[in-house]
Design a protein around this ligand. Structure first.
Ligand SMILES: Cc1ncc(COP(=O)(O)O)c(C=O)c1O
Length: 465
């Protein structure tokens, strides 16, 4: 009898231990991972993401709803409720530098790149340490440059801006606001990104004046004052790796490295300049997030740039910084392997395609940027492995020249074939040049190729310059 009671006692004890373990597990392990306040938001986000737009559009959480439902926003030349209708007489728009070629990458990395933002996320003007930049984001940015080897970041201050657009202007003020009695002369080499001239003229400061083509000031006298040169490397529009034209103690340089990433260029050396500007827009494609950063060697210039940011917008949105951090974490996975395979491969394919389209043309030519692009991933600290080697140009834009004497306005010529490019005069170059953007969506690119093929088929022969 005592044996049976003893057995029952042990059984009850074991059961009770098991039940307690179950509740403990449920409380600390299962309950811990169960979603509560984020569940509805996650469901809403996935619901919108699941709306089918036939691969030619996208529904967004903040899109204008129709009958309470989010609707598809179609790519150009597609329409209808689900973007399945091809619009006729549609123009191939290769004008803007909207980097949507990277959208498929982020669709493939939807899970790792999603961000959940609580209603109370970083409401303050400041971080705890009174700074306005996320230390963690700064760390990831510096790590990214070290992995890709495109910039030396040691011994430099870092600044965040609302896209590189804000930082370019901050740099202009930072370099011009010195004790010089006359305004700084602002220059760039032709062809140049038109924003430099537009910003300098629009802000119309007493501290600086636009002076145009840098080459015209090579033999200037000492009394000509301070010069600030914008150097875009790789260049927009023609993709060349550029150096400053003006040298000497009275010249300062703003290096705009928006395109100095393996998608668009060889990375022969790590940029090691005094003032370097980068942007998330052309790195990950998130132009809409408006995030850029600058590395500045000189503390006084850094402080003046900081003052500009502070007076114009206080600082960069914490929401944007959070998103940038999440994106860079994805980028840095396996030392950048995924993004820096996808980006260059996509650009190489597009260049192969457009080169083929123009290959039989004598009427149009483009600079053959036949770069030997070597993408180097740091597999570990001291071991580099060459994973991809391309011998194709991969610049963000094709810089096309109309070769016939009568084709003075190349943009107009392309327009007759329903192609919208950006005319050379916008970059201060001849109008027999035109820039075609190769970084837009696949739909835009496919239509561009279709219209180029139709235009070229009306003539014959290739001319590389
Ligand atoms: C050379 C260059 N710099 C800067 C920018 C501006 O980029 P962000 O989106 O960072 O303002 C662009 C955009 O096309 C660009 O081509």
């Amino acid at each position: 009898m005592a044996k049976i009671y003893g057995f029952k006692f042990v059984l009850v004890l074991v059961l009770s231990i098991l039940i307690n373990l179950f509740f403990l597990f449920d409380h600390f392990v299962y309950k811990d991972t169960e979603l509560s306040w984020s569940k509805a938001a996650a469901r809403e986000a996935e619901l919108v993401a699941s709306i089918s737009c036939s691969g030619h559009g996208r529904a967004y959480l903040d899109g204008i709803p129709f009958q309470g439902e989010p609707i598809c926003e179609c790519n150009s030349c597609y329409g209808g409720k689900d973007c399945s209708e091809v619009l006729t007489e549609c123009l191939a728009d290769a004008d803007s530098g909207d980097p949507l070629f990277l959208e498929p990458f982020w669709m493939q990395h939807a899970a790792s790149s999603a961000v959940v933002v609580a209603g109370w996320h970083r409401m303050s003007y400041r971080f705890d340490d009174y700074s306005s930049i996320s230390e963690e984001l700064e760390k990831h940015i510096r790590q990214l440059h070290a992995v890709i080897g495109n910039a030396v970041t040691d011994g430099r201050f870092i600044l965040f801006g609302a896209g590189s657009t804000q930082l370019l202007n901050a740099a202009l003020f930072g370099l011009s606001l010195d004790d010089s009695p006359s305004p700084a002369n602002i220059v760039a080499s032709i062809p140049f990104y038109p924003l430099y001239e537009a910003q300098t003229k629009y802000f119309n400061s007493m501290e600086f004046k636009w002076k145009g083509n840098a080459s015209l000031w090579k033999n200037r006298s000492d009394s000509s004052g301070t010069f600030v040169e914008f150097v875009t490397s790789p260049n927009n529009p023609d993709g060349r790796l550029m150096k400053q034209v003006l040298k000497g103690p009275s010249s300062k340089t703003i290096f705009d490295h928006a395109y100095y990433w393996p998608h668009f260029s060889a990375i022969p050396t790590a940029a090691d300049e005094d003032l370097m500007i980068f942007t998330l827009s052309k790195l990950t494609g998130h132009a809409g997030s408006r995030f850029g950063w600058a590395f500045v060697r000189d503390e006084n210039i850094y402080k003046r740039m900081q003052m500009y940011i502070s007076l114009s917008s206080m600082s960069v949105s914490r929401d944007t910084q959070l998103r940038a951090l999440k994106l860079l974490k994805v980028v840095l996975k396996e030392n950048g392997k995924d993004l820096f395979e996808f980006g260059p491969k996509t650009m190489r394919n597009r260049w192969e395609r457009i080169s083929r389209s123009f290959s039989s043309s004598k009427r149009f030519s483009f600079r053959n940027l036949s770069l030997n692009i070597a993408i180097i991933f740091k597999i570990s600290q001291d071991h580099h492995q060459r994973l991809l080697t391309y011998s194709w140009p991969s610049a963000a834009y094709a810089w096309i020249k109309c070769e016939r004497a009568e084709d003075q306005d190349c943009n107009a010529v392309l327009k007759t074939a329903s192609i919208i490019g950006r005319g050379g005069s916008i970059f201060n170059a001849e109008s027999r040049y035109v820039r075609l953007s190769l970084i837009k969506s696949q739909d835009d690119f496919d239509l561009l190729i279709q219209n180029i093929d139709a235009l070229v088929s009306k003539e014959g022969g290739v001319a590389y310059i």
